[in-house]
Write a protein that binds this ligand. Structure first.
Ligand code: A3P
Length: 329
């Protein structure tokens, strides 16, 4: 560790015992087993250390693109779409990196990657534009990244109906629990935690609210998307993202059908059926194995898992939290 990093690690070690702890859905596993309550959010220890490193050491560039998501809301899909949009002139669609690599290997996870190598030089050495993905709530980014000044970064945010996000998270956590040889977490227990806000980088609703408000205040810096909209009209969303990133499709590109090629390449059907995404590559020592990023990829699957009472409770919270600000699901 270089000296600067050491100081931040020490700071982390000092505040760690003072933070309230919450049930991380995973027993004690993976350094994400326990959530720490930090400035209103429930964050596992490793990403929290990443957040502190970002504050102390990250030098934002105006060209940085941060894909921000609440977990299980479409990170994989948007990683693929944005990667394909920004690199559309570098690769042939028949021989595209997304056909042989999972999006997690092509788009770095910000709060994890900042820790690699034990110094800033790793992240500093990335060429512009840096495209990073993150689950950090908007208010926990340093001001230098989120201000409306010209030097701040661009954020693309995606969220999803809380009911589907919860069901997706519950399935996902049970896959990880099986790998840790823990018994499945009953949906009722997961629900008890989720609805009071104890979930990965939760409360879920506060995560969404932070980015929603920022997108209203700085529409040229924060693009707010919903999984349901991207699903309904992926092409329109691809065009919107490209325009937001100031990389609009030219008339020639439109005539060549590039948008359609990107949409097909990144579709759930295509990505989830690729060998690279069906096989578990143990050599990679990834926290999340490629197949675990794909389940059903549908809107409204909550109906198959939640009781009407559970659905009503989540809808009620959504209504109360988002009341009067023009946001609904
Ligand atoms: P379901 O569990 O509802 O199927 P994340 O990538 O943020 O972890 O989110 C995972 C969710 O996105 C899962 O939802 C997964 O199936 C879905 N997903 C993954 N890739 C997708 C794609 N290319 N298109 C649409 N949905 C996708």
């Amino acid at each position: 560790l270089d000296e600067g990093y050491q100081k931040t690690y020490q700071k982390f070690d000092e505040i760690y015992p003072t933070l309230p702890k919450g049930d991380g859905w995973l027993g004690d596993g993976f350094g994400v087993g326990q959530f720490l309550q930090y400035q209103g959010f429930w964050i596992p220890s490793i990403p929290l250390r990443g957040i502190m490193l970002i504050h102390d050491h990250f030098k934002p560039r105006p060209t940085d693109i941060i894909l921000s998501t609440s977990p299980k809301c479409g990170t994989t899909w948007l990683r693929a779409l944005i990667f394909a949009i920004i690199n559309r002139n570098s690769y042939d669609f028949h021989n595209h990196p997304l056909l042989s690599s999972n999006p997690q290997d092509l788009v770095l996870f910000f709060e994890g990657y900042i820790q690699e190598g034990g110094s800033t030089s790793f992240i500093e050495s990335l060429p512009s534009p840096r495209f990073l993905s993150s689950h950090i709530p908007f208010s926990l980014f340093p001001n230098s990244m989120t201000s409306s000044s010209a030097s701040a970064c661009r954020f693309v945010y995606i969220c999803r109906d809380p009911k589907d996000a919860f069901v997706s998270m519950w399935h996902f956590m049970n896959k990880l629990r099986a790998r840790l040889e823990l018994p499945p977490l009953p949906i009722e227990d997961a629900f008890e935690l989720f609805h009071i806000g104890v979930s990965l980088n939760g409360p879920f609703w506060d995560h969404v609210l932070g980015f929603w408000k920022a997108s209203l205040e700085s529409p040229n810096k924060v693009l707010f998307l919903k999984y349901e909209h991207v699903k309904r009209d992926t092409s329109a969303c691809v065009r919107k993202i490209a325009e937001f990133l100031e990389l609009p499709f030219s008339a020639d590109e439109e005539n060549e059908g590039i948008v359609d090629k990107i949409v097909k390449l990144c579709s759930f059907e295509n990505l989830s059926n690729l060998d690279v995404n069906k096989k578990v590559d143990d050599e990679k020592h990834r926290f999340i194995k490629n197949p675990e990023f794909f389940r059903k990829g549908r809107v409204g699957d909550w109906i198959n898992h939640l009781t009407p009472e559970m659905a009503e409770i989540l809808d009620q919270i959504t209504k109360e939290k988002f009341q009067g600000i023009g946001l609904s699901f």
